[in-house]
Design a protein around this ligand. Structure first.
Ligand code: B12
Length: 223
């Protein structure tokens, strides 16, 4: 069992490895974390995701540009590949089917992939449509899978408006389907305004919110 200091040390290496787009360092730290019995879930969030959040800040300060960011994303994924199989499946008592994707015009899918990982871990049946997804595809997939939930992600103010459209189209066809939206420019206010059933600022809250929605649907079906 690793000491708390060792855990912190490895999380810091994972974080810095993402920032320095050092795939080898990330892989080594991820393997060490697994070998030393460190919780893989915490390593993802306190190491890899923290690193990517810092990369976002560096991009905004114009210290990093697109090529660096892509390399940072590769480093994050290299770590995720090793850690992900070691994240214990959690039985949350409730699960469901979810259609998920990043809306049309938007290729930012790192956040969506982290959210997806959370749903996988909780045992949801996830239909991941990927990124830059045509709006009508969300509607078609929801109808085809009869999913309880649709999760829409957008990272740009220009693309997030597409969510409003998807929400209206899905609600028209299937008013009981729950829709959750997220991504950096999205807010609770927007979710309310556009008729979404939920919003979450990060992957942890996304799962909590989803479980509540599925529970309320099951209650509705019972009564
Ligand atoms: C990585 C990145 C890229 C990468 C994307 C790689 C990839 N495969 O994802 C690349 C280099 C390709 C890229 C390109 C561009 N980008 Co960019 N990018 C970023 C950056 C730096 C980080 C985003 C990220 O991955 N964060 C880390 C993850 C873990 O966090 P997250 O995405 O926020 O996700 C969390 C939550 O939001 C939430 N969440 C996410 N989705 C969902 C969904 C649901 C349902 C829920 C509940 C929650 C949820 O949970 C996640 C995990 O906790 C941001 C800056 C920033 N600070 O966010 C800019 C940023 C998003 N990009 C921006 C821009 C402008 C662009 C480009 C137009 C740049 C250009 N000139 O070409 C292009 C656009 C391409 C396109 N058409 O989409 C702007 C958008 C501005 C705006 N407000 O509209 C930002 C904000 C940078 C800036 N300040 O200017 N980018």
């Amino acid at each position: 069992m690793a000491s708390p200091e060792r855990e912190k040390e490895l999380f810091a290496v994972l974080k810095q490895g993402v920032i320095d787009y050092d795939e080898d360092a990330v892989r080594e730290a991820a393997r060490n974390a697994v070998d030393e019995g460190i919780d893989a879930y915490t390593a993802v969030f306190e190491g890899l995701v923290e690193g990517m959040n810092e990369v976002g800040r560096l991009y905004e300060e114009q210290e990093y540009f697109v090529p660096e960011i892509l390399m940072c994303a590769d480093a994050l994924y290299a770590g995720l590949e090793i850690l992900r199989p070691h994240i214990a499946k959690k039985d949350m008592g409730l699960k469901g089917t979810v259609v998920m994707g990043v809306v049309q015009g938007d290729v930012h899918d790192i956040g969506k992939n982290i959210v997806k990982m959370m749903f996988d871990v909780a045992g949801f049946d996830v239909h991941d449509l990927g990124r830059d997804v045509p709006l009508e595809k969300f509607v078609a997939e929801q109808l085809e899978t009869d999913s309880e939930l649709v999760c829409l992600s957008a990272m740009m103010t220009t693309t997030m408006v597409g969510m409003k459209d998807v929400i209206a189209r899905i609600k028209e066809k299937n008013p009981n389907c729950k829709i959750m939206i997220g991504g950096a420019p999205v807010s609770e206010d927007l979710a309310d305004k556009w008729g979404a059933d939920g919003f979450a600022k990060d992957a942890n809250n996304a799962l909590k919110e989803a479980l509540q929605m599925v529970a309320s649907l099951k209650d509705m079906k019972k009564s």
